[in-house]
Design a protein around this ligand. Sequence first.
Ligand code: PNW
Length: 451
Amino acid sequence: MTDFLWGAATAAFQIEGASTEDGREASIWDVFCQVPGAVANGDDGTVATDHYHRWEADVALMAGLGLQAYRFSVAWPRVVSADGTPNAAGLDFYERLVDGLLAAGIEPWLTLYHWDLPASLPGGWLNRATAERFAQYALVVHDRLGDRVRRWTTLNEPWCSSMLSYGAGVHAPGHADPTEALTAAHHLLLGHGLAARALRDADASASIGITLNYTPAVPADPTNPAYIDVVRRVDGTAHRLFTDAVFGRGYPADVVADAGAAWPAEAVRAGDEAVIGAPLDFLGVNYYTTEMVRAGVPAGPSPHVTAPEAEVVPRGLPTTDMGWEIDPDGFARLLGRLHDTWAGPAGVPIYITENGAACADEPDADGFVDDTDRIAYLDAHLAAVEEARGAGADVRGYFAWTLLDNFEWAFGYAKRFGIVRVDEELRRIPKASARWFAQQIATGRLGAPRS
Ligand code: PNW
């Protein structure tokens, strides 16, 4: 298949380590990791997979797998200091990496923000000024790498960095307030729009996109109006709020109405929605699972800020090691919806920027993991991509999450998503899934046909 791009994805904080080297300053995740109980086992990102020092071997590993593209993120606190000045030593690292990728024939897909906000920015995403600082940071990175990097993603999963971070309190900075969550979402989206415009002005031929995550909700009882309404509200803040806004449609009226007094009316200024709706060249889609929900009783802080009573009902489907139910059919349906509702009408292609599974890997004596469960997950989801393409969805590529076992946020190193094992000595040992993935790339096969 020639019109399809194969890659793997990572994120700076999850793999780099070297958290104080070459002038890197603290991110909100460095701070959050110090909060007792915030991250499993008290894990942090000071060493991670030590990719900062091992990047060359990691690029060789990618080349060995035949990756055509590599999606990575730049750590903002590595490349811009608290006073706003560029940090040349931090930029040098990404320049080495990008040059190494290009020399290996691997296309760099650069994400500007994968959650590691500089801790020095006052108020974080609650402060409108952070959106402006983000656009300035985007230009700093573009100044150095714009002649070599063609693919620019502004944000990874702004739902997570607003609703999980400021609404549910489970991601940095660990706040739990619906208005804060919606304010953060708005400032993230504003930052996206300002950065997209700045990049476009600086570089007319750059390809610019955003990555959004989708966890489709289905009602536990499709005849129960209360359940149908809870699904509408979950979908509203999780999906339509972000997708409508970035496709230039402004914020959905029902989400604003549902939020009521929690809607950050002062933060959303005249003209902001137009900035957020800056034209895009691609939509990045991250997919892991779907959820069956019902209307229950609110139990503590929820990421579903307009549907705190949403309660997940297990369907008895097989689950990954995250406890997430495996639903490739839901993936095919989602891609159809995204194409029909947003991407298709805008003429924007879709790239799967993350999909993968945490598995309870059991290495043999040599450290090799025969992860048939992960292979089955990837195979079924690639088949779903094939199915969606067959039905007309313009999906142009797939990045496996993730290249290396790494820091899985609040779960620390306990959850392993890698197609390559990283052991206690930080050795890289390709799993069976890595060999399988390399084979898929080599043959261009999207997945076994499903019955
Ligand atoms: C994504 N949820 O995070 C991130 O982009 C990755 O950095 C991460 O490692 C990967 O998925 C696996 O978790 C998510 O609770 C974290 O819905 C949580 C959720 C969704 C995505």
